[in-house]
Write a protein that binds this ligand. Structure first.
Ligand code: 5AD
Length: 367
């Protein structure tokens, strides 16, 4: 036990762990280990970000998807899902609502919906960046060609979220029919090369996932040094082939999230909605274990229920204004300060007077 506690002290200082050490830690989790781990992760977050928690307005603009991922409620084979797609005009209206409430960071997320062609999206991004000065725009729309990624970036998109989902080639292959892990990694490299602030991430508790696999997920994060990393529990969806599976626990997700904070001290890590859906105070627990971002959904209330990646999603009834007040209260009561600004990665800075963002430190180096 002493050895494990020492290991936690070590990673808090050096931000390094070997695969064996991560596995060892995951195998040794008990109350005391959790407490030490969460305290060390919280301290690390505070050293890099103070008490700030960044809020992003998430707009889930389409639940059409060409993919068939076994875990996801939006998979194309799920014929029970009511499909919807916001028009560009409706997306602008949602952004306006977010902007008026003070949000300066928008995340546009959807299934892989090719109705949104390169032209349509590029035009929309240009309009949003012109219409909402000072706001950062994040895309989370899955795999596209390098040309499309470059076009969106040129139009002003600042960031891109594309979870790697799992670092295990075996599990990746089983869960993503017709997809290819090498292609996903190639997408992530392109996003970095083009100049996006890039986010990856994975699920905890996937069928067949071992501690070794989770260690590989954490080491993969370290290898590519993303600006953001989303980590959430897998929650079985009743209308998918994984309906009968067990799913991930809040506890294990928090442990893995805390380790991610210790290994990547300056990373933006959301307290995921999936955690909040499994546990009414799951997001608060995540903030106290190293997370520093919350992404409340500002999708029109009548549609929110249909963006059902997993069952039991929270805040389906909340209008944007009420949601903002609720999030502020939750963040403050957890001992943190809500921040509605762009919330850029500390590894980036904005050139004064321009909208161009440049890298200050190249990938992989510490600040
Ligand atoms: N449980 C938890 N997370 C899920 N996601 C998709 N389906 C599920 C599920 N059943 C996650 C994926 C995806 C993100 C948008 O939501 O990691 O990248």
């Amino acid at each position: 036990m002493e050895a494990i506690l020492q290991l936690i002290q070590k990673v808090a200082k050096t931000h390094e762990l070997s695969r064996e050490q991560i596995i060892n830690l995951l195998e040794s989790v008990d109350e005391q280990v959790k407490q030490e781990l969460f305290a060390a992760a919280l301290k690390t977050k505070q050293r890099y970000f103070g008490d700030k928690v960044y809020l992003r307005a998430l707009i889930e603009f389409s639940n059409y998807c060409r993919r068939d991922c076994l875990y996801c409620g939006l998979r194309r084979s799920n014929s029970r899902l009511v499909r919807y797609r916001l028009t560009p005009q409706e997306i602008r209206a949602s952004c306006q609502e977010a902007y008026d409430l003070g949000y300066r960071s928008f995340v546009l997320q959807s299934g892989e919906d090719m109705w949104y062609s390169q032209e349509v999206l590029t035009e929309l991004i240009r309009e949003l960046k012109n219409g909402f000065p000072g706001a950062a725009l994040t895309l989370s729309i899955g795999e596209r060609t390098v040309r499309e990624y470059a076009s969106f970036f040129a139009a002003g998109a600042d960031r891109f979220l594309l979870r790697h989902e799992t670092a295990s080639p075996l599990i990746y292959g089983k869960l993503h029919p017709g997809m290819n892990q090498a292609e996903r990694k190639a997408c992530l490299s392109s996003l970095g090369r083009i100049g996006y602030q890039a986010g990856v991430g994975f699920m905890v508790g996937l069928p067949g996932q071992t501690f070794g696999d989770l260690a590989d997920d954490l080491l993969y994060l370290q290898e590519i040094s993303p600006h953001m990393a989303g980590i959430g529990p897998f929650i079985p969806h009743p209308d998918t082939p994984l309906a009968q599976e067990q799913g991930g626990s809040v506890e294990m997700t928090l442990v893995v999230l805390a380790l991610a904070r210790l290994l990547l001290p300056d990373c933006l890590i959301p307290a995921t909605t999936a955690l909040g859906s499994l546990d009414p105070v799951g997001r608060e627990k995540a903030l106290k274990a190293g997370a520093n971002v919350v992404m409340p959904s500002l999708t029109p209330v009548k549609l929110k229920q249909h963006y059902a990646l997993y069952p039991g999603k929270i805040c389906l009834e909340d209008e944007p204004g009420a949601c903002k007040a609720c999030m502020q209260k939750r963040i403050r009561e957890s001992g943190f300060e809500p921040d509605f600004g762009r919330g850029d990665s500390p590894r980036w800075h904005q050139e004064p007077g321009t909208r161009s963002i440049r890298k200050r430190v190249s990938r992989g180096q510490s600040p």
